[in-house]
Every structure is written in C-alpha cells, then in structure tokens.
Design a protein around this ligand. Structure first.
Ligand SMILES: [Zn+2]
Length: 287
C-alpha cells in the first residue's frame, strides 16, 4: 500500500537523516529502487515528473504498476508515490489517480498566487491524507525544459508557505537540477539555516541531489533537510552501464539481445546508486 510521506519525513527530521526521492522512468527503474529500499529496510519516495508521467502512459498506469509491484515483490517498507514539480492541474490529476503525495511547484507564480493555489491544495490533500510539497524560490537547472540559475529563497516567504499547512517545503539554496557546473559556488548554508529557523519542524527538501558533495549533503541534513531528490545520477549510471554492455558486444553474444539481459547491467547500476544514496542520507533501517 502506498503511504503519505508525512510520517516518514517527520521521523527523518526528528532523527536527523533524510529520505531519498528517486525518480522513476519505467518498470526497470521502479523495480530497482523498490528492491534496494527493501534490502536496506529504508523508507522511499518514488518521484514522477509530469513528463515521465506522460512517458509511462499516464498516472493511472503508474499507480497500477507501483501498487502491483509492492504486492508482487513483497515490499513492506513505507513507499510514497509522489508527483515531482507538478502544476496545479497535474497535482489534481495525480490525487485522482491514487498518488499518495504531490508537489505543487508554484515557484514561478508571484508569491500571492503561489499562496492561493497552495492553500487550495492543502485543503484537498488534507481531506485525503496525501502529503503536499510546496516550493519557494526557483531551483536552478532544467526542470522539464525550463532553465533557471541556482537562486536562494526568501526565508520570510518560506515561512508564509510553510504556515499554510504543507507537509514539506522545497526552497532554493543555490542547488540546481542536473549536472553541476565546474564553477558552482556550492549550497548556501546561511540561507538554509535562516529558512530552518523560520520554518521550525517543517521537513525541508533538497532538489538536485546529483553531484552535491557528500559533506555538503551531511551538513544540509544537519540543518533540517529531510528529503533529497535524486534523478540525474540514476540516469547517468544506467546509461554508462548500458553503453558498456553494448560496446563490449554482449548484445551480439548468444541471447544477449534479450531485453532482460540487455537492461540488467543498467538496473544493477541504478541499485548501486540508490544503495549509496540511502547510506549517505542515513535512512537505512529506518523503515
Ligand atoms: Zn526538483
């Protein structure tokens, strides 16, 4: 059964660790993440962007796949199925389809409109026991085609959104999506600290977890980050392992063309990445 992310993140904030959100793209991705979370006895959040939702033939298909897999694989750790960077309409569609968590990314709206739409979603998700993530200050890099720089959110605006009753809050602290450029100045811990002081017990979310050095991740967790999103890193690992298989000519040997063989090294690479992240975030044995 899918669960809201509220309880796992409240525990994470109290216990000074973070739960990973790993974005999914297909069956192999989902299976690799669920199996690894189960092996490590860790709670897990499966992230789905609107683009990935379309790719996987709609939110209902995804809910069916994930629920079926939880049963078929005997997954007992808490699993939240979460819309990543949703629009207002996208969030409503996911709620209807059976997602247990949604993000409404109103960061590109003026703060008043972000508040208005977030309020409405707080009401709807509250009635259904679904967790809600809001965002203040755009997170740099590419989000489904939109490219931004690594901005820092205004702590006072963060408090305004947190006070609406959202479950968790994503705030820009210089983080960006995708690969970090060589001249990236790093996370702004000063901003993170100020946000945490304003928002208290609210679990904070760090987007763009790919390539942030381990010591910065640990410090961010110390300062109140309880959910960390990982997407690009699994994609890079999957692509590299698949490339290696094909370049070694293994698809041409015997039944090496069988998709179950062809995709296996990529799946193993995703598992390795997820395992490393769960260890770094400290959520192993916290299920
Ligand atoms: Zn993000």
């Amino acid at each position: 059964m899918l669960v809201s992310a509220k309880e796992m993140l409240t525990k994470a904030k109290e216990g000074h660790y973070a739960v990973g959100q790993f974005n999914i793209n297909n069956l192999e991705w989902t299976k690799a993440i669920l199996q690894t979370a189960q092996e490590m006895n860790s709670p897990v959040i499966l992230g789905v962007s609107e683009g990935a939702g379309k790719y996987m033939c709609g939110y209902k298909t995804i809910v069916g796949m994930v629920e079926g897999m939880i049963e078929g694989l005997g997954i007992t750790v808490p699993v939240a199925l979460h819309l990543d960077h949703g629009s207002y309409e996208g969030a409503l569609k996911c709620i209807e389809a059976g997602f247990s968590s949604v993000m409404f990314d109103g960061s590109h709206y003026p703060i008043e409109e972000n508040i208005e739409k977030t309020k409405e979603l707080v009401r709807i998700t509250g009635e259904k026991g679904i967790s809600l993530e809001a965002e203040v200050g755009s997170i740099g890099g590419e989000e489904d085609g939109v490219i931004g720089a690594g901005e820092c959110a205004d702590p006072a605006e963060c408090k305004m959104i947190a006070d609406l009753g959202v479950t968790m809050l994503a705030a820009g602290i210089g983080n960006i999506h995708g690969k970090y450029p060589a001249n990236w100045p790093g996370l702004s811990f000063e901003t993170l600290d100020a946000i945490q002081q304003q928002t208290g017990a609210m679990p904070l979310v760090l987007h763009g977890g790919t390539g942030i050095p381990a010591d910065m991740i640990k410090k961010a967790i110390d300062l109140g980050v309880s959910k960390i999103n990982v997407n690009t890193e699994c994609q890079l690992a999957f692509a590299a392992a698949t490339r290696e298989y094909v370049e070694a000519g293994k698809d041409l040997q015997g039944k090496g063309f069988d998709p179950r063989k062809l995709l296996a090294p990529g799946v193993e690479a995703i598992k390795t990445t997820v395992r490393e992240k769960i260890e770094l975030f400290g959520s192993a044995n916290k299920a």
